[in-house]
Write a new protein. Structure first.
Length: 341
């Protein structure tokens, strides 16, 4: 790619549709003998996008999940995977630090106080730049690129500078915070500016889209619409000084309700469900929680609420059972260790 980044050049790639996410849809592992093996990583995003990627000479840019892993592309049938190498320091400062100890709590109503370190921010900028550069190399001329989530909020602008020929979308998979909380962020203007590099910025809910439009006016000087944003309709717009218009929308993501309904009707599954209920003492009411062990999931609040219901006599211990499953998560981040303990 040319130093000026004036568009698609000799170093542009072959993929017409590129997904950019913190993780690749595979888990790579280093064996005792030093060899590397990888296996598919299950997930809703992978399941939803894989058919589309395969139909469009697709590529996926992301971290393979191991420290100092290889950067050689993995070609699998009609899907190309491009690993981004992260060092132990990258993971500590970009991922565990800025992404999950700064942005995550800030974007989840400051349930836990965000931690701000300039070194974390500098690393976040550096890693985002590497993701943008890898994407610029993989994307074909005029390709569509879809950047995913809070770890990569600077990529849209960086990629726009490198490859102005691309159509760039961004989707935030977590809530976007109220204005008064976002304004606590020392690098708030840089985050908004980074997102405005996209052609379309998507949020789960209209409220997040409205907050972003307000901040686009306040922090980036954009001419942003003030009318309400609809769900998958009635987009907002932010018109920038360079003449570009960024569309802003709300696109809620649901579970696969049809698949769950089908499983709930399966005879073998219903038989196993009856067995589990019997093993639990045949309660009349059975409550189930399945969550990552994360303070945003409200597991501690759920347990306290159940205790209060028992104390008030609104449920009885002899006919009501609560089963809570919690999978460990981000155990190197202090707030997660505290919750686990």
């Amino acid at each position: 790619m040319s130093a000026g980044g004036a568009g698609a050049g000799a170093d542009s790639g072959i993929s017409d549709f590129v997904v950019v996410a913190n993780r690749l849809p595979i888990d790579m592992e280093r064996q005792a003998d030093g060899s590397l093996v990888w296996r598919r990583s299950p997930g809703g995003l992978v399941t939803a996008l894989e058919p589309l990627l395969r139909r469009n000479r697709g590529a996926w840019i992301g971290w393979p999940g191991i420290i100092d892993g290889p950067e050689e592309p993995i070609f699998e049938e009609d899907l190309n995977l491009y690993p981004v190498r992260l060092s132990a320091q990258d993971v500590a400062e970009y991922y565990e630090g800025f992404s999950n100890a700064t942005l995550w709590p800030l974007y989840h109503d400051v349930i836990v106080k965000p931690i701000y370190h300039r070194e974390w921010w500098d690393r976040y900028v550096d890693v985002n730049r590497r993701f943008a550069e890898a994407t610029a190399r993989a994307a074909a001329p005029g390709a569509t690129v879809w950047v995913q989530d809070y770890q990569l909020q600077l990529v849209p602008k960086m990629l726009r500078t490198l490859r102005p020929d691309l159509t760039i979308g961004f989707f935030l998979h977590i809530p976007f915070p109220p204005v008064e909380l976002f304004m606590q962020m020392p690098w708030r203007a840089e985050i908004i500016d980074g997102l405005l590099g996209a052609d379309l910025v998507g949020f789960h809910l209209p409220g997040g889209a409205q907050n972003f439009l307000f901040l686009s006016r306040q922090l980036a000087g954009a001419e942003a619409t003030r009318a309400a944003v609809g769900v998958r309709s009635k987009f907002g717009e932010a018109r920038l000084a360079d003449g570009r218009t960024v569309k802003v929308g709300a696109f809620p993501i649901s579970i696969d309700s049809a698949d769950l309904d089908s499983k709930a009707r399966n005879r073998d599954i219903r038989r196993r469900a009856r067995q589990i209920r019997t093993e639990l003492g045949s309660p009349r009411k059975l409550l189930l929680g399945v969550d990552r062990l994360d303070y945003t999931k409200g597991i501690d609040v759920r347990l306290k609420a159940f205790s209060e219901l028992l104390a008030e006599g609104r449920v009885r211990g002899d006919d009501t059972v609560l089963v809570q499953l919690a999978t460990p998560s981000r155990e190197r981040v202090d707030s997660y260790r505290i919750l686990r303990d």
